[in-house]
Design a protein around this ligand. Structure first.
Ligand SMILES: [Zn+2]
Ligand SMILES: [Zn+2]
Length: 140
């Protein structure tokens, strides 16, 4: 199980809407409540800059704040695959590739795994990050 949390607010559990203006917390909340309805609507309600047809740069900044493999009550997975992100996915699934980057972006082995550049542009740059997020499942 791949745990997930906000790097800046590691104790935020996404039960309630975040009171701060942290886009990573907002995205975490929206992803954790994705199954309840429209993620876009949630982001808009939170006043997030990620709502609407935002570019991938904003999404990648919010995603960079995500931390996996640390103490958290939240876990993240691909809704289509049983994938633990131990190595690069050998198939073409945007959500799995996103999980791979999430796992290794702040990892001591990260540069070797992902390269020295922004992995959201470099490893999965051709992907619409918001669409990739739609297939992520956050469970507690
Ligand atoms: Zn946060
Ligand atoms: Zn997948």
């Amino acid at each position: 199980m791949l745990t997930i949390r906000c790097h800046f607010h590691p104790r935020y559990r996404a039960h309630r809407e975040p009171k701060n203006d942290c886009e990573t917390c907002r995205l975490l909340y929206a992803l954790a409540h994705q199954q309840d309805g429209n993620t876009e609507e949630i982001l808009r309600r939170l006043g997030s800059g990620l709502a609407g047809t935002t570019g991938d740069d904003k999404m990648s900044v919010a995603l960079e704040g995500m931390e996996t493999g640390r103490a958290s009550t939240l876990t993240v997975k691909c809704s289509h695959h049983q994938y633990q992100a131990t190595r690069k996915p050998g198939w073409n699934c945007d959500a799995c590739w996103l999980l791979f980057v999430l796992k290794f972006q702040a990892h001591k082995d990260g540069e070797r795994r992902l390269g020295p550049f922004n992995p959201y542009a470099y490893v999965i740059g051709h992907v619409n990050l918001k669409a990739a997020c739609a297939a992520l499942l956050i469970v507690r």
